[in-house]
Design a protein around this ligand. Sequence first.
Ligand code: 5AD
Ligand code: SF4
Length: 494
Amino acid sequence: MTVKSGKSDKDFSIYFQPPSYKDAKKRGKEDIEVLYDFNIPVEMKEFGQGKRYMIRTYGCQMNEHDTETMKGLLEQLGYTSTEDKQEADVILLNTCAIRENAEDKVFGELGHLKHLKIEKPHLVLGVCGCMSQEEGVVKRILQKHGHVDLIFGTHNIHRLPALLHDAYLSKEMVVEVWSKEGDIIENLPKKREGMRAWVNIMYGCDKFCTYCIVPYTRGKERSRRPQDVLAEVRDLARQGFKEVTLLGQNVNAYGKDFEDLTYGFGDLMDDIRKIDVPRIRFTTSHPRDFDDRLIEVLAHKGNLMEHIHLPVQSGSSEVLKKMSRKYTRERYLELVGKIKAAIPDVVLSTDIIVGFPGETDEQFEDTLSLVKEVQYDFAYSFIYSPREGTPAAAMEDNVPMEVKKERLQRLNDAIATYGKEGNEKLRGQIVEVLVESESKRNSEVLSGRTRTNKLVHFTGPKELIGSFAHVLVTEPQTWLVKGELVEKPLQISI
Ligand code: 5AD
Ligand code: SF4
């Protein structure tokens, strides 16, 4: 449904279901269709001739990949890209709702863009991504950011051409947000750049961790059919991509929604490892669904990288229960043990939330001790941020912000210690690096990643960008390792 509005007092609630734990959990398996016949309407094909677009992307790789789809769509309309706001005819903000500070950034940017919109009234300013799936956010934009022309949700991306058309013609704000997930549309165009590609294997999440907004903003779990994923990866191999990252909010649930097929993530990885792409990665895993079949397949290594991002969130079984993560500390450690036994040189990374409502000092100590036990090479840590409509937002939170900040600091210190220790192990070894770019700070220095996803800096010719190099690690640091370019060795360590 599309609505148009100025800063009107219309009731928009009919277009959204505010995140409702109860309603969302009732969702069934019905109704998802896979469509293969997406087309840009003929009358729209010239629509963007001579016009420029700019997309600003916030948040995770799923959003980055959605941006590639929107770029693909816009370029099929004839638009070309620009990095300069002043030049842009269309600016889209592809937003993230995972924590409050992500949302604050977007509202800040909307404030700045107001001046540009006054200078350039023909500019179309759009907000899309996860924030547009939240009723509260849409209301706030309608009330306070009337200079926005277009809001569309994560299930409406394929509608971008028609929505842009409406936004140009209309003097009022165009809003299209489907609260119910849409179908899977297979043949949307994508504009990929560089030598690394993302491939969605599934959409949505049904895990409903109590702190998380994603099951509401991204809808229920829908897996792409294996033949479609495999065809896309084969095509990327033919095009010469060096690395493919498979994407899903919870890749380990891949295939659980197939009613006619028993085929899970392990099976998919087993088929993908036979395709000629040098590096395959995946993100994100949920420990609960990480099964033995997958471990067995990953242990073949080859083009399957020995890095696993395995979010733990907390080291306390009590907190994990309140988070509804559906595993205990012991089960998580058991899984880590199995993975390390099958893939001895595996590198593990994780996500951790501190200051979950009611987290005690003791429970936080459990997180620190788990970090010590697992020895992650890197980890992302966050202070818990209440998200409206999620169960945790209604839990009593008696932990003062000062305490949360202190805990975050202690956790970060621990993570840094193990990060440095992990990198130190590489000293004197030769690693295979996929060279990605010049380093941001110094154009003489090249930057790339090891199989285990560690950042490597070394001096070398620019021509190496996009290919593999061998680097002797001379100076391991906390978040990166420095090294020297060497000839290809007979045997590579990692
Ligand atoms: N507050 C803080 N961190 C969160 N994450 C998800 N929701 C929240 C929240 N409400 C973190 C989790 C997740 C990562 C992507 O973001 O650690 O794994
Ligand atoms: Fe959010 Fe990940 Fe939990 Fe899904 S599995 S609810 S995306 S934290």
